[in-house]
Design a protein around this ligand. Structure first.
Ligand code: PMV
Length: 337
């Protein structure tokens, strides 16, 4: 059984979505792919993380035990007594945790599996690599075992694992990876949006951040938990959504520029990336970080660029690599339905 899940780009509302503001995100055509093969002892499983050259084996008892331990460490994180890094410590921990929670939901699930995960989504760069690999893996295991796992359950399990990976996850990443297309997401609920025209949108990689999403989330929370700035984020997300659906390119440009300034204000856009965006603006385009960004270092991961005028994009390409945004219409949940 093979399942795949797309990467995602947040169009607007990163960080703000954690504080109840809406966000708009889109699935993009880069994929995590998971192959599940039946093999050997029905009480054991082998996990292969092909991109990390990592392989590990685990049995049912250890899996359930590790899941409980991870939940306890997560409670310590929530209580402020442990850093988020202490919750899932090994490369395999995220995947074992997700499978452990699937086992708690379906205790008769047979193991005896070799699970191979590979992904062409850059790690830790704001493209939802962890959510996509987890959603594809759970979808592949469930489909292979013929489990009646609903799309909503797939989302909830993926979101559960994402919480332990990122500290406090709004659920936006797993929702896009599970359902694909464009979503408006708020307070744990999403609505699908149509995207008739994504011409003029590009992805730009500013380099892998030196800090994790979880670490960015902790710093933003310390400084802005009770701030009014989330209302401004909500307004800009709403105007961007209207502008995209109405194809109003001037309003899209304005909204992205405002959005980027708000993100810089909360401290998640390193100086070097602010300068990169300034170069794009100087040519008549607009750009913003997409994802958690970075509270330290020079890199901020994914940057979303909008240049409706092709000559602007052409003028920028000698200096930077702009990849046209290609939307992925389906998410991991399409394997189950
Ligand atoms: O993991 P990233 O870089 O895609 O960031 C996730 C988006 C945040 O809003 C920062 C966190 C969340 O759970 O929504």
């Amino acid at each position: 059984m093979i399942a795949r899940a797309p990467a995602k780009a947040i169009v607007s509302g990163e960080h703000a979505v954690v504080y109840g503001a809406p966000a708009l995100a889109i699935a993009i055509a880069r994929y995590a792919e998971v192959r599940v093969v039946r093999q050997g002892d029905p009480d054991q499983l082998t996990l292969i993380l092909a991109d990390l050259n990592h392989q590990s084996r685990i049995d049912r008892q250890q899996l359930l035990h590790q899941t409980d331990t991870a939940n306890q460490h997560y409670q310590d994180f929530l209580a402020g007594t442990a850093p988020i890094k202490a919750v899932l410590q090994q490369p395999s921990s995220l995947y074992f945790y997700a499978i452990g929670t699937l086992l708690q939901l379906f205790p008769d699930l047979p193991l005896g599996l070799e699970i191979r995960i590979k992904s062409d989504i850059p790690l830790g760069s704001g493209m939802g690599s962890s959510a996509a690999t987890v959603a594809a893996m759970l979808a592949a295991i469930a489909a292979d075992a013929g489990l009646k796992l609903s799309d909503q359950q797939l989302f909830e399990l993926s979101h559960g694992a994402e919480q332990l990976q990122h500290g406090r996850s709004s659920g936006l990443d797993p929702a896009v990876c599970c359902w694909g297309g464009m979503l408006r997401f708020q307070d744990g609920k999403f609505e699908k949006r149509t995207f008739s025209n994504m011409a003029g949108w590009y992805l730009l990689d500013s380099g892998r951040p030196s800090v994790s999403t979880g670490e960015c989330g902790v710093q933003v929370r310390q400084q802005f938990l009770h701030s009014d700035i989330w209302t401004e984020f909500a307004e800009v997300t709403n105007s961007l959504e209207q502008a995209i659906s109405g194809g109003q390119s001037e309003l899209i440009l304005d909204s992205i520029r405002v959005n980027q300034r708000l993100l810089s204000h909360i401290g998640v856009v390193p100086e070097r990336v602010q300068q990169l965006v300034a170069q794009i603006e100087a040519q008549g385009g607009a750009a913003k970080i997409s994802g958690a960004g970075a509270v330290a270092g020079d890199n901020a991961g994914l940057v979303l660029v909008y240049c409706p005028d092709k000559t602007v994009a052409n003028a920028l390409t000698p200096k930077m690599t702009l990849t046209p945004l290609q939307v992925a219409a389906n998410g991991a949940a399409s394997v189950l339905s």
